[in-house]
Design a protein around this ligand. Structure first.
Ligand code: ZN
Length: 448
């Protein structure tokens, strides 16, 4: 049993209670949360949380872990230009590079408050090995709750798509491999550490047939659907030219709306699309840093939320967000929303809600994750605000969202400490840094 005492608790419960109090964890569940001290519990490990803020663990709803070893390329390019530069590098990834990249990206996520990660992996070069198994092993070793989405691309350059033909797969092979991945890995248990989603990459790299059949497969298997949508104006123009409709109309025509679907980015949805997303409870993973890095635009988070669209946060792939830091996404989400839509568009508490409950909702885990309540899984972050940059900010949630990212006193995932005193307990970041550097060099050198 573990007891956190004297911390400022942001419960995110239905009443959104906040107080100075305690959180008690037994096994992988929270058993008590309340103001003041916990009753004396014999043999419990007591953590002094004074001056700290405890929040639910953050949920990262969109990421491409393999990109951790391909950061810092095409740094001043647009999405399509950036993709064209990176596809040949990505065509060289294999089991070992994906494993190292996943460990690096996941370690950074853990150190920035993230307890559950959805990864969207869509590059499967021929002969690259079992890439899904490599990242699943990495996630188990780092200790995070993992929702890998089996991505795919079947529209290469010879079919008018953007990716080179060497990184696209055959449609039947994709569907068979995705189905096999669900059978092998997907665990539907309430305390699951591993769930699979079905995730064709994006409309401009995937055929309509693959989108449609992927939706059928996911629903037959009872898993969720994910893809990129409405990320750039180029994509909107491409959809109009190729399909004569908006990105959401195109996705909807293929069965891609509903509470089991979440889209990455959703920057360029118009009023009609936002209404339709809300009516169908289709979710959006907002990735503010990546969107700004690529100059893609700013998602209309306030309008999406007002329309009843579930919205979570994502760091996106590290090749378009070198920081890969989830806590920084809260600040960027707030700043970009206010810069584009005024001071009332997003509060600090709205932002915390998107990072926790919002993300849990997108992944279908809101019954067990996303708030600090008795019976929920013990995924939480204890932020140390006893530091120079945070001293003198009276509201702990404002300190978390608006100031520099605070150090983590403790990160629990499924009741296990993954970070203590701002140090990972599971993997060695210095060793990882060396391995990541070597892999990055090998992948880019082979190009010349
Ligand atoms: Zn992405």
């Amino acid at each position: 049993m573990l007891v956190i005492e004297g911390a400022y608790v942001a419960t995110l419960d239905p009443a959104r209670r906040e107080f100075v109090g305690h959180v008690v964890v037994e096994g992988n569940r929270i058993v008590a949360v309340g103001p003041g001290s916990a009753p004396a519990l014999e043999g419990a490990r007591v953590v002094d949380g004074s001056g700290c803020l405890v929040t639910p663990g953050f949920v990262n709803t969109h990421q491409h872990l393999y990109q951790w070893v391909t950061r810092g390329l095409a740094v001043d390019d647009t999405l399509f230009g950036w993709l064209t530069t990176l596809y040949p590098v990505w065509a060289r990834i294999d089991e070992e590079s994906v494993y190292v990249a996943a460990q690096g990206a996941l370690a950074q996520l853990a150190l920035t408050g993230c307890t559950t990660v959805s990864d969207h992996h869509y590059v499967f070069p021929r002969g690259g090995g079992d890439l899904l198994a490599a990242e699943i092993t990495a996630a188990a070793e780092v200790g995070l709750r993992f929702h890998p989405a089996r991505g795919s691309m079947d529209r290469g350059q010879k079919d008018g798509g953007l990716p080179p033909d060497s990184v696209v797969e055959d449609r039947d092979e994709i569907l068979a491999a995705t189905s096999a991945a669900i059978d092998r890995w997907h665990d539907p248990a309430p305390d699951s550490m591993l769930r699979i989603a079905v995730a064709p990459c994006s409309p401009f790299s995937v055929t309509g047939e693959l989108m449609r059949e992927s939706a059928v497969l996911a629903r037959r298997k009872g898993v969720r659907l994910h893809t990129h949508l409405a990320e750039t104006t180029d994509e909107t123009a491409w959809c109009q030219e190729t399909h004569g409709c908006t990105p959401l109309e195109y996705a909807a025509s293929l069965g891609w709306t509903g509470p089991d679907v979440w889209f990455a980015h959703g920057i360029h949805f118009d009023d009609t699309e936002i209404k339709q997303l809300g009516a169908t409870r289709t979710g959006v993973a907002h990735c503010p840093s990546s969107n700004a890095r690529l100059g893609a635009g700013i998602a209309r988070t306030a309008d999406l939320r007002a329309a009843g669209v579930p919205v979570g946060l994502g760091v996106d792939g590290a090749a378009s967000n070198e920081a890969g830091s989830l806590v920084e996404e809260l600040r960027h989400a707030l700043l970009l929303a206010r810069a584009s839509n005024g001071p009332q568009s997003l509060t600090v508490r709205d932002t915390l809600e998107m990072a926790t409950l919002g993300g849990a909702h997108l992944l279908g885990r809101s019954e067990d994750l996303g708030s600090l309540e008795p019976g929920k899984l013990a995924d939480l972050a204890l932020w140390n605000l006893n530091t120079f940059p945070h001293a003198g900010i009276p509201d702990p949630i404002a300190a978390l969202v608006l100031s520099t990212p605070p150090p983590l006193a403790l990160l629990l995932v499924n009741g296990n400490p993954v970070v203590q005193d701002n140090t990972l307990t599971t993997v060695d970041p210095e060793l990882l840094a060396t391995q990541v550097g070597a892999k990055q060099q090998a992948l880019t050198q082979e190009l010349s």
